[in-house]
Design a protein. Structure first.
Length: 352
């Protein structure tokens, strides 16, 4: 049933998507979720680029305990910071990306520098060569996921970005998970012909902590299924700025992204990305102003792309990796040569 619906939405025309849950106009399946407003001060929310938690809307889905959907809680202009980080900063070494598998290390040191002029000049012709940034499919942060063994290990770890850790900690606390530690991140880079196959995120050693998902750019359809691969999923839209939290029962459910969709507003970019960042940032803000030049590159990239950040806590407090996990060596991701790499990568998530 899941595969059948995956193919259905993969092939469906964007104008014929009846039955997809839209949290901007919640229907019968949707109910309001309570947030822990007192767990995040307004000041800390501002520092993370978020509205005060008292102003967020949060929803649950009938039949999916522990699933929380938060439609865009970001302050005006703050999404731009995370887009720039995902394109300019986070792909830098020592972090790992899919291009490392195919290119010499010196060729992947500065993907942004090698791509920005080509992206800025890019037209609408499909025949134009793709820049390195457009060939980027995934980046791993913190504990680097080993795509072959489906494990994390103590000996393949680099410092987790402090700004992203702070954002994740505030969102987790608002959802009732105080003390969440952002230890691993997988950033996925989608284009209109990309998809993410059916899989479950179970490699983290501590499943009591939530999985956080942040989306920017073009929209997508997200399928949330059950504990078994065969169970029929529920389809929902994800738009720029939306946050999903999978916890409790929903932490180990099968899910997939069959389709990336053009911005439903009909413009090249969602209006929430047109908003400029306030010049008056709070003391200690992790948000940085983007130069007009940098944002022009990001905006051109997002006209046909979507970025998703998924943040995980791998280990419980005081927990260590089993002895054998430390002998896996450097992680290796699957070979990815085509636009459909997310789909082939996700198949590697499939349990034996």
């Amino acid at each position: 049933a899941f595969r059948r619906l995956f193919r259905f939405y993969r092939q469906r025309d964007a104008s014929d998507l009846r039955g997809v849950v839209d949290f901007s106009v919640p229907g019968a399946q949707v109910f309001r979720s309570q947030l822990s407003v007192s767990s995040v001060s307004d000041q800390d929310a501002y520092r993370a680029g978020l509205q005060p938690v008292s102003q967020w809307k949060a929803y649950g889905l009938n039949g999916y305990p522990g699933f929380i959907f938060i439609p865009n809680p970001f302050l005006p202009g703050c999404q731009r910071h995370w887009v720039k980080q995902c394109l300019k900063l986070y792909p830098q070494k020592p972090n790992v990306c899919n291009l490392d598998l195919h290119m010499a290390p010196e060729k992947t040191i500065d993907l942004w520098g090698q791509s920005k002029e080509q992206l800025r000049r890019k037209g609408s012709s499909k025949g134009e060569p793709r820049s390195l940034l457009e060939k980027l499919r995934w980046v791993t942060l913190g504990y680097h996921y080993n795509w072959d063994t489906k494990k994390y290990s103590a000996n393949h770890h680099t410092p987790f970005p402090s700004d992203l850790a702070f954002l994740s900690e505030q969102v987790a606390a608002a959802c009732g998970f105080r003390g969440f530690q952002a230890q691993a991140g997988i950033l996925n880079y989608y284009h209109f012909d990309s998809s993410l196959g059916i899989h479950v995120d179970e490699s983290e050693l501590d499943h009591s902590r939530p999985l956080l998902s942040f989306s920017f750019g073009q929209s997508s359809i997200f399928l949330l299924g059950g504990l078994k691969r065969e169970e029929a999923p529920t389809a929902m839209f994800m738009h720029s700025g939306d946050i999903m939290v999978m916890s409790g029962f929903s932490r180990l459910l099968y899910h997939a992204v069959p389709r990336v969709l053009p911005n439903p507003e009909g413009t090249a970019l969602p209006s929430c990305l047109d908003q400029a960042l306030s010049s008056d940032l709070p003391v200690g803000s992790v948000i940085e102003h983007s130069s007009d030049e940098d944002w022009q590159v990001c905006a051109k990239y997002l006209q046909s792309s979507r970025i998703n950040m998924t943040i995980r806590q791998v280990l419980a407090e005081g927990q260590k990796f089993p002895e054998e996990s430390g002998t896996n060596g450097e992680s290796q991701a699957p070979s990815e040569d085509s636009h459909r790499q997310e789909n082939s990568r996700a198949k590697r998530h499939k349990p034996n």
